[in-house]
Design a protein around this ligand. Sequence first.
Ligand code: ZN
Length: 359
Amino acid sequence: MTDITAIDCDVHPNVPGMAALAPYLDEYWRETVENREILSLDSMSYPPRAPISGRADWRGKGGTAGASLDALRTHALDRWGTSIAICNPLYGVQIVFNADMAVAFTRALNDWVVKEWLDRDPRLRASIVIPLQDISAAVAEIERCASDPRFVQVLVLAMGEAPLGRRQFWPIYEAAQRHGLPIGIHAGSAYRHPVTTLGWPSYLLEEYVAQSTGFQAQTASMITEGVFVKFPRLKVVLIESGVTWVPGFLWRLSKFWRGVRFEVPWVDRSPAEIFRDHFRLTIQPFDGPEDPDATARLIDHLKSDDLLLYSSDYPHWQFDGDEVMPPFIPETLRRKIMIDNPLATYPRIAASLSATSAA
Ligand code: ZN
């Protein structure tokens, strides 16, 4: 484990189209995709041609970024000396309205990730994409994938059909905790509701910025409903959420918890404390000030060195050049963010590395 240099907690393998998933569907769903001419399920949260969805110098033939393992290796893994990278596919398979279709498509996507990515590069790990339309099927998919130690997390979107603290989702948390899988909440919407609380915005800019309010609502819901009382070993990773919203939000949540805590007696300590024990954040996009002193103060307000996880968010365009780690992050924190915090957050990565070094 001593030669680990960097664990990238958020990279996105792009599915080139439904034709790529067809070999992983059964006959019925293969025919359905063909007959209905379902060519693509790209999520509206990440329009493939939008600059933020794919950095210009990472776009390959046809204009798509991150669509091949070679591209991921050249642009990210080899270039930045990445030891381990967690693949988080964002392809819309889990947001279709037909629950049976979501079950079939997420299963195909997870199998596609194994065969096309994990089997071809030992540095890769992945998140299990689940269909929240059918909780028992989601749990079954976690069980099916968890037998492969290269799956290290369960992936859901920041904005779904209902707040994630609701009891209906708890069987997912039971399975995740039992298998040592954090719940990764990634930016994105299932579009069951407008992405702002005021209604539909006009522009992608408004939607992307509004993601942080989705993360805030999910954080409040999971803490308030008592998820971490019931599942004390569960970790949640907020992926591509930005960081600067956290201190102000935790002050607000903790202040008003003191005033109305009588209605949630199981929340027996400050939400800010619960957050620090159970939540982690990936560092890209780092939306903090470009000034070392101000950044140090921001990190100080997080009141923990354990919260931040190294991530490139490849191929999304969050930074130029090769500065995956924002240059103004204090030197003393770098090793923690790049190696120690990810290993503490993802026990299945730590276990696989110990097994490799013992062999
Ligand atoms: Zn991301």
